[in-house]
Design a protein around this ligand. Structure first.
Ligand SMILES: [Fe+2]
Length: 338
């Protein structure tokens, strides 16, 4: 597609003191507008949809992945590096910032809910049973070192799976437990609308569920004689041999904020804030992308220094780079895109 029309830097792309104060109290801020034409955002949404629907292999990771397409697609990089986003994150995290991760969040009609969850800042893959930290701040203290920016590429309504926050939960670490994967907050039924042949192909290509290597799950299973229900039962049992994160949490309804937001607007939140999204009960797609921006004194993928190139989401991050979006690359051991 054509390049996005990027607005010139705008000095008013900042939050008021009241908005900053509300962020620290609630754990999120926004929605705020991006000055990008709606048709360009819709086309970017279509590109993202093709990545998901066609199960495109990520050039950096050599497998189907919805992470870090901003390192491939210049339009996504430009989207996340808008002044409207960066200036506001500077207000919250300070002058030196790294964009280190992004992800596509595609919710087609009928897609499941994502249950309430929070993430304290290591991004170690605990949601799928792993414990490999992605971020290491100079001190693991009370202060936050990372924020998430969630950008709507479609109009988000109460019906099509909006992002929700439980305001004020950003200072309370809620206990969680490990459960069989199909009971976790993140599990979505991957079989809907697929034929037996499609399920078999996706399983063998590890394209069934993100970040889970299913390539050998049908070894020794008689695919030819199995019915569709027998096949899906077998695969559900395999998922349940893995454990995943489940947080026992019911928000006070008075604290729940539903982010109804137009295409091209964004919210900023701390992952420590309890968040999730209900099912898409509409007949329209809900496409969104997020990115994660950390203080530049944070070490990204600390395991890399010891030669451990597999991250908490089972991706090989050998070729991952962070993008300096403001100030100085303070932690000099990080791999920064030049
Ligand atoms: Fe999340």
């Amino acid at each position: 597609m054509e390049q996005l029309s990027v607005p010139a830097g705008q000095a008013n792309d900042v939050m008021t003191a009241a908005e900053v104060e509300a962020f620290w109290r609630n754990g999120f801020a926004g929605p705020f507008p991006l000055d990008i034409p709606a048709d360009e955002l819709a086309e970017l949404g279509n590109q993202c949809e093709r990545i998901v629907v066609e199960r495109q292999s990520h050039p950096l990771y050599d497998r189907y992945a919805l992470r870090d397409w901003h390192l491939i697609d210049k339009d996504l990089e430009r989207l996340f590096t808008q002044d409207a986003i960066v200036n506001r994150v500077v207000q919250l995290l300070g002058p030196d910032l790294l964009l280190w991760r992004s992800k596509i969040f595609y919710k087609p009609p009928g897609a499941d809910a994502i249950g309430w969850h929070q993430e304290w800042g290591k991004f170690d893959g605990e949601e799928i049973g792993n414990s490999t930290p992605s971020l290491q701040p100079p001190v693991f203290g009370e202060d936050i070192w990372d924020l998430t920016i969630w950008v709507a590429l479609d109009d988000v309504t109460p019906e099509n799976g909006p992002l929700q926050f439980a305001a004020g939960t950003n200072r309370t670490k809620v206990p969680w437990s490990k459960v069989p994967m199909t009971q976790s907050a993140f599990y979505e039924e991957p079989f809907e609308g697929l034929t037996k042949e499609q399920i078999v192909a996706r399983t063998r290509n590890s394209e069934l569920v993100l970040d889970i290597d299913t390539a050998d799950w049908l070894d020794g299973f008689d695919v030819d004689t199995a019915s569709l229900p027998e096949l899906t039962d077998h695969l559900r049992r395999r998922f349940d041999q893995l454990s995943a994160k489940f947080t026992e949490f019911e928000p006070d309804p008075d604290t729940v904020a539903t982010m109804e937001m137009p295409r091209g607007s964004f919210v900023i939140f701390s992952e420590r804030t309890m968040h999730g999204s209900p099912a898409n009960n509409s007949d329209r797609r809900r496409m969104a992308v997020n990115c994660r921006i950390a203080k530049a004194d944070t070490l990204v993928y600390p395991g890399r220094l010891a030669g451990d190139m597999i991250d908490g989401s089972n991706l090989d991050i050998s070729r991952h780079e962070s993008v300096l979006v403001a100030g100085e690359a303070v932690e000099t051991r990080n791999v920064i895109r030049r």
